[in-house]
Design a protein around this ligand. Structure first.
Ligand SMILES: [Zn+2]
Length: 414
């Protein structure tokens, strides 16, 4: 029985442990990977070894499945080949291979021990957007252990996805993958067609990621849903079971958490609150309609409106410059935020009435203007959300910033 070195795939690695020499293997490998053994099994056949990544302090357990509480052998027999394919693991007995298990002696098809199995609670989160691609390892508490992001390239973004995922995984095992993507998405087919990425129309993102992590659970949702879910799990939406999350930025995106769970609707696109009409005769919208909330409250739309109203500003002025001018007391920029706040408030009131919501969490670049936006939002809700069941409707600022999508994507699978 020899000690087999780990084989590594493009991301992740295969860990093959050599029975009794596993502890030595762990020691050697731990040194190589920055891991430190913190507990040792009482005997080669019993116990659990827990190692801790010194750099990031997340636990990775090398667990002897035959030890401790009696294992569900049926489940483990099912699990073992699947874990093997997932590159998370592997397994050999102290005697060097198969031997009769306690419940299936004499049945070679079911008698192998399922000894060393690497188990991890970390999940990989991927957030694919029109301007950036981010990935992170996320622990069970929703905390980001390690993350990376790159700008979304104009062409062939898949190579960038592989690159950013590889830089985050670094060969560590993950248990599942959650994906947030700019929409529209199709969660039935697992495809995405981000408006700002013309080269990706009906791109099979879920299956492409699955090919990187064979055997692992991979879930896909729209980025609005993931933002809302992230804020629900770890941000301003904690404690709320019926909420909408909004990203007021270039456009106005959104997602719903209903009864404590993400709600994507039939194809995964529910919660597009920016397309609630607030001005029936308003400006044309990318959706084909007119006067959607996004046509009033989207950052570039606000700047364009202010310019048309006579605001003198540099060519490169954006929503942040507009906010600074409003804070300085300039009348037209103040009016632009008033209009945007009213539009967002009307959209929230409509969504809240339809879905019986208790909370709206607002994030995104335009929301960085703070009370310039939030004050007219709340004032509008007082007049537009007058139904008795909306009396407690709250509005809060998002807390996770750009991390919300990653935390939400991780929450899809944890
Ligand atoms: Zn629209």
């Amino acid at each position: 029985m020899g000690l087999r070195r780990p084989r590594r795939g493009p991301v992740g690695g295969v860990l093959t442990l050599g029975g009794l020499r596993a502890s030595r293997w762990i020691r050697a490998t731990a040194r190589g990977r920055g891991l430190r053994r913190t507990r040792r099994p009482a005997s080669p056949s019993l116990g659990t070894v827990t190692t801790r990544n010194v750099g990031t302090r997340h636990p990775v357990q090398h667990r002897r499945q035959a030890a401790g509480p009696r294992p569900n052998l049926t489940r483990l027999h099912h699990l073992s080949p699947r874990l093997g394919r997932s590159r998370l693991v592997v397994s050999r007995s102290p005697s060097g291979g198969r031997r009769p298990g306690p419940h299936h002696a004499g049945d070679p098809a079911r008698s192998s021990w399922l000894p060393w199995v690497t188990v991890t609670d970390l999940v990989l989160a991927l957030d694919f957007g029109g301007t950036k691609i981010a990935a992170a390892l996320v622990d069970p508490s929703g905390s980001v252990v390690r993350s990376s992001r790159v700008p979304t390239p104009a062409s062939d973004p898949w190579d960038a996805v592989v690159s950013v995922v590889s830089s985050v995984v670094q060969g560590d095992p993950v248990s599942a993958v959650g994906i947030a993507s700019a929409g529209p998405v199709d969660t039935i087919r697992g495809t995405v067609s981000p408006i700002n990425v013309p080269s990706w129309q009906a791109f099979p993102l879920r299956s492409a990621v699955s090919d990187l992590f064979p055997g692992l659970r991979v879930e896909l949702a729209g980025d609005g849903v993931c933002m809302a879910l992230g804020e629900h799990r770890r941000g301003a939406g904690q404690g709320s079971s019926f909420m909408v999350g909004l990203v007021v930025s270039t456009g106005v995106g959104g997602g719903l958490v209903l009864d404590g769970r993400p709600f994507g609707g039939r194809t995964g696109n529910a919660g597009h609150i920016g397309h609630i009409v607030v001005e029936p005769d308003g400006a044309p919208c990318t959706c084909g309609g007119r006067g959607c909330a996004e046509t009033v409250a989207g950052g570039p739309r606000m700047v364009a409106w202010a310019r048309r109203a006579g605001w003198q500003a540099p060519d490169e002025a954006d929503a942040a410059v507009l906010a600074a001018a409003a804070l300085a007391g300039e009348k037209i920029p103040l009016e632009a935020f008033e209009r945007a706040g009213q539009a967002v408030g009307m959209a929230i009131a409509g969504a809240a009435a339809v879905c019986d919501l208790e909370l709206a969490v607002i994030g995104g670049g335009v929301a960085q203007a703070g009370e310039l936006l939030f004050e007219p939002v709340r004032r509008t809700l007082k007049t537009h959300a007058g139904l008795s069941y909306l009396a407690g409707l709250e509005v809060r600022a998002a807390e996770l910033g750009g991390e919300a999508g990653l935390v939400g994507a991780a929450a899809l699978v944890s």
